[in-house]
Design a protein. Structure first.
Length: 397
């Protein structure tokens, strides 16, 4: 599939290979996307073979395909296969990166107002245990991350820049490439949370210039729940502490010594769900075959259309800001609680989610928002589905 845009026939084929699209309108891709049928079937087949042949024996039969998942991850983010570790989710991946840093008292972490609550808890933890300080770089009046404010905040004590590329509860996009240039210029460690960006926008760790990147599989990547991965640039792997070890992570060289393996898999353990890992690889291959540039183009087109149509409905307020906006569309209806909106849409077989202030508290509190409806679009969605959503909302007002 190498054409710049999606034909109607191609969308029909993609939807035919995603069984969930036949029964529901799914605008909760920022929560969990509907997986392609081939991903589900791959995992089921593997589990059935495990039941017939045994776990170790089936793993041996699929050794080449399981190893290929690392190669596919490398292709997806433009990294070496020796720079990635497969994890259960992005939270584990992100924590392995953050807690692997040997913080000293007085070190400073610079972050954004878009940070997810899990990340904020991590910052607070190292603040309490290691004496670091955390500084939030605010967005400007247009909703864009302020690169100037970032540069002005950097000092000799700045140890880490950690940002979330796309927030859980808003449609903006952080300029991670430009931030990476600043981090490299100042020789500062750089951690990117790509949980909401991977799968909807091209992610190239070489272009970004990040040292570490955490990823969740279940969202726009359309991989199974319980999958994710961590990228750690080869040059800094020895600078991060390994938090957990087993015989896969390291080997005993004597009774009193051990040697950690010399690749990114030092940040994972031996026991993991092989069926899920196969599903992760299949989802990545599926996205690569379509093309991330094409996916990003369609996601922007559809989400832009949704924002325009929502804004045309009296009583509906769209809350997204920033010069670059993504497939996450957030809005509210005057006089109707967001949770009620979600429930009424569910009655019409339309899936949306709620972005609560507790999830991205700095951003939400700044804009005096307690909760908003989150409709997140993917390439397999259609203009007809957007119209169904807007008609359903208009009928509530």
């Amino acid at each position: 599939m190498d054409t710049a845009t999606f034909s109607e026939q191609e969308i029909e084929q993609l939807r035919a290979g995603t069984r969930g699209t036949a029964v529901r309108v799914h605008f909760n891709n920022a929560g969990t996307s509907l997986p392609p049928d081939v991903v589900v079937d791959t995992m089921i087949r593997y589990l059935q073979e495990e039941a017939s042949y045994g776990g170790y024996e089936t793993e041996a039969r699929y050794k080449e395909q399981l190893e290929n998942t690392y190669t596919l991850i490398g292709r997806l983010i433009n990294a070496g296969r020796d720079e990635v570790a497969i994890t259960e989710n992005a939270s584990i991946a992100w924590a392995m990166a953050l807690y692997g840093i040997d913080f000293k008292e007085g070190d400073v972490i610079l972050t954004s107002e878009y940070e997810y609550v899990t990340n904020l808890l991590g910052f607070l933890n190292v603040q309490k245990t290691s004496g670091v300080r955390v500084t939030v770089i605010p967005n400007d009046e247009y909703g864009n991350f302020s690169l100037q404010a970032l540069e002005e905040a950097i000092s000799p004590q700045t140890r880490l820049i950690a940002v979330t590329q796309i927030p859980s509860g808003g449609g903006g996009v952080i300029p991670v490439v430009e931030i990476g240039k600043i981090a490299r210029k100042n020789n500062i460690l750089y951690l990117v949370d790509a949980s909401q960006s991977i799968g909807q926008i091209p992610v190239d760790v070489q272009a970004i210039g990040c040292d570490m990147l955490s990823v969740n599989g279940r969202k726009f990547l359309r991989a199974p729940r319980g999958t994710g991965f961590l990228y750690v640039r080869k040059e800094i792997q020895d600078k991060l502490r390994v938090l957990f070890m087993d015989g896969f992570t390291a080997q005993l060289t004597s009774r009193d010594e051990y040697q950690i393996r010399n690749d990114g898999r030092r940040f994972e353990l031996y026991e993991k769900n092989r069926a899920l890992n196969l599903g992760l690889g299949q989802a990545i291959e599926y996205a690569l075959n379509i093309g991330l540039d094409r996916i990003w183009q369609r996601v922007q087109q559809l989400s832009g259309s949704m924002r325009r149509q929502l804004s045309a409905i009296g009583g509906v307020n769209v809350h997204d800001s920033g010069d670059v906006q993504c497939g996450i569309v957030t809005f509210s209806i005057e006089g109707i609680d967001s949770y009620t909106v979600k429930e009424r849409l569910a009655e019409k077989q339309i899936n949306v989610s709620i972005a609560a202030a507790s999830s991205t508290p700095i951003y939400m509190n700044k804009h005096h928002l307690t909760s908003v409806v989150r409709a997140s679009i993917h390439y397999y969605n259609t203009e007809d589905e957007i119209k169904l959503l807007c008609d359903a909302l208009a009928s509530m007002i």
